[in-house]
Design a protein around this ligand. Sequence first.
Ligand code: NAP
Ligand code: GFB
Length: 318
Amino acid sequence: MGDKCVILVTGGTGLVGQAIKTIADGEEKRPNEEWYFASSKDADLSDREATEKLFERVKPTHVIHLAAMVGGLFRNLKYNLDFYRTNTLINDNVLNASFKNGVKKVVSCLSTCIFPDKTTYPIDETMVHNGPPHDSNFGYSFSKRMIDVLNRAYNKQHGCQFTSVIPTNVFGPYDNFNLEDGHVLPGLINKIYCAKRDNTPFTVWGTGSPRRQFIYSLDLARLMIWVLRDYPEIDPIILSVGEEDEVSIKEAAEAVIEAMEFKGEVKFDTTKSDGQFKKTASNAKLRKYRPDFKFTPFKQAVKESCNWFEANYETLRK
Ligand code: NAP
Ligand code: GFB
């Protein structure tokens, strides 16, 4: 990436986009690079014409494609059709505009929740299409899988360098803390904050027994910038902490309780869905490329996220 680079980050105002902005502004930006963090106000990327106008205006040489309809288990359970249609439109428009504008490299996002539900563990990158995803989010999962199909087709037919990453559950500053639409960790942080303020019990949804690997958004951002610059493959790469760092939802809740210094009553609402029990992914491929990469310790990342939440309560998404 020696010549002048214009890096367009679609979905630039979200959890992952803002983490990339924090890292780029802080340590990673290079003198020959111009970074553009787009939100839906710059262009509704589900609209082909608006997408093409954005690309004509920004003229990106590289794209980190994050923009998507995103949500936790409970939003996915409700809107599988919308997740499929919206994300399929966005992905086709962004990759087609990238091809038509001669973008040198695109890095898109899949997710570890899109892998087959009936599978052997640990899951690895070769298993994306080996069977149906968990029923709770089949719409989102199939739309994401089509990114990998599009990347391979653009490369085979036109030699495009379009690749993708497969992050596990992400959390951190600028997350969506809305209880209905958001993911588990921001939901737990928001609920504990309210339980402390209102002196009410803190309720964890489900049994607390499902297992997850969580990646801190700032670590993901560092890895995605590395993928943009140096990852040579079209095939996807899982970006996750190791299998040994997988925790139960109950353990994740305990980490938030400790970080927020909550002393009240903890309840489990087992009338709420547990969703997928586990989706344990291997980061062996990442370790082959980046044996030196150090993830932020989970409890430290949770503490930093809780501090950000409390400092930004008035303006954050909740
Ligand atoms: P997020 O916080 O919800 O941010 C979504 C971003 O996409 C926002 O900037 C939003 O813009 C933009 N966007 C949504 N619809 C759009 C549209 N029609 N046109 C243009 N922009 C649109 O999501 P995130 O957690 O950062 O996720 C980023 C990427 O990582 C997604 O592709 C997601 O699938 C993937 N991922 C996330 C997780 C996770 O745990 N969060 C895990 C694995 C993969 P506005 O701000 O204007 O709404
Ligand atoms: O992050 P999450 O909503 O989605 O986690 P997934 C859901 C798990 O956390 C379930 C439990 O076991 C829930 O019962 N949970 C406990 C809670 N308390 C809460 C809470 O307050 N809020 C939420 N949301 N969950 C998603 C996929 O699966 O993973 C998406 O559906 C996306 O498509 C995302 O890929 C990364 O991890 O189950």
